[in-house]
Design a protein around this ligand. Structure first.
Ligand code: HSE
Length: 342
């Protein structure tokens, strides 16, 4: 449905609404700090957007956040992303970089958008909670305008969203949240993304201990420089992991899922981390580590039974440490942010 730009305000279909679900993501995947991440099944956030005549981006509902997120449109990342998207659309149309024939409605001054966010992910969990909101918001508003921007064009905006929420524009959550699958970010600038294939039968056990670790703080704790010998070993682990995923060589994957740079520092923020790691590996995990900046932990395994035993074992350790936790048995998902009908 292409509209005449001149007649915009009167012709906005107020009832037009798009809802997008974006998945939780496991960033770093142990040896791939800031360059590797995968989407998971089922867990995620939903953002709905609809045109209004109000001339503003409004945040009309936030649910599932336990009252922890800002409910003001200019402070919540979902509505903020919608505003930034509209600004960029306007700029690109004005500069002639994007022709109005590519948008279903031109974002003129009378145009407003109502945003609703339904959090399905715990905040500050290490499961890409802000990324899921960012990816869902960007894809939803793009769809509402008739998808004038490609997913690749949404990625820089999504990375900017990460910068706003945690101080750095790391792409290893937002990219798999938008695209799905396991993705290697070979280069951030210029952006070069490489989907990595993986054995489809793998299970992913996720434990979310109820402690808070802010990505911003977890990044500040890291060293600015590392030793050459560490770099050499870590490169070998990452190369072995990628090859293990691609070829389905689980033994290579098992040997390579190691991180001697970031994990030892962040493990100190998670009580019982090494006991959990030992328990997970004893139960047959191919690899066990911190999801993103934590506190969530993840393990990959070959069978559902193994994935359940791992969850039981690590949850027991967490309990002994006096930490409540939520366990999720899931898989790597090939699907990223997508429209849902509600
Ligand atoms: N690569 C990022 C980090 C992911 O580890 O800080 C944050 O979820």
């Amino acid at each position: 449905m292409k509209q005449n730009p001149a007649s915009l305000s009167e012709r906005i279909a107020i009832s037009e609404k798009v809802t997008v679900f974006a998945p939780a993501t496991v960033a770093n995947v142990i040896a791939g700090f800031d360059v590797l991440g995968f989407a998971v099944e089922e867990l995620g956030d939903e953002v709905s957007v609809a045109f209004t005549n109000g001339g503003l981006v409004t945040l009309d509902d936030v649910t599932g956040d336990g009252g922890f997120l800002p409910h003001e449109a200019e402070r919540n990342i979902a509505s903020l992303m919608v505003s930034q998207y509209i600004d960029q659309l306007r700029q690109r149309i004005r500069s002639g970089d994007l022709h109005t024939s590519r948008v279903s409605i031109v974002p003129e001054s009378g145009l407003g958008v109502s945003v609703r966010l339904q959090k399905g992910l715990p905040i500050g969990s290490g499961l890409g909670s802000s990324s899921a909101s960012i990816a869902a918001a960007l894809m939803a508003i793009n769809e509402l305008f008739g998808a004038p921007l490609s997913i690749d064009e949404l990625i820089p905006l999504a990375m900017e969203g990460e910068r706003i929420t945690c101080g750095t524009a790391h792409p290893d959550n937002v990219v798999p949240a938008l695209l799905g699958g396991l993705i290697l970010i070979r280069s951030k600038d210029p952006l070069d993304l490489v989907p990595v294939s993986y054995p489809k039968g793998l299970y992913c056990s996720i434990l979310h201990p109820e402690i808070e670790i802010l990505t911003r703080d977890a990044r500040k704790a890291l060293p600015e420089h590392i030793e050459l010998a560490q770099y050499v070993r870590q490169s070998a682990h990452l190369a072995g992991m990628i090859l293990g995923f691609e070829t389905g060589n689980l033994e290579l994957l098992r040997k390579s899922m190691q991180d001697e740079i970031v994990e030892p520092i962040r493990a100190k923020m998670i009580p019982g981390f090494y006991k959990m790691k030992e328990a997970a590996l004893r139960e047959g995990a191919i690899g066990f580590g911190i999801s993103g900046s934590g506190p969530s932990l993840f393990a990959l395994s070959k069978t559902k039974d193994c994935a359940s035993s791992i969850l039981e074992a690590i949850q027991t350790v967490a309990e002994k440490e006096g930490i409540s936790s939520t366990a999720t048995l899931t898989r790597i998902s090939s699907r990223g942010a997508r429209k849902v009908s509600i």
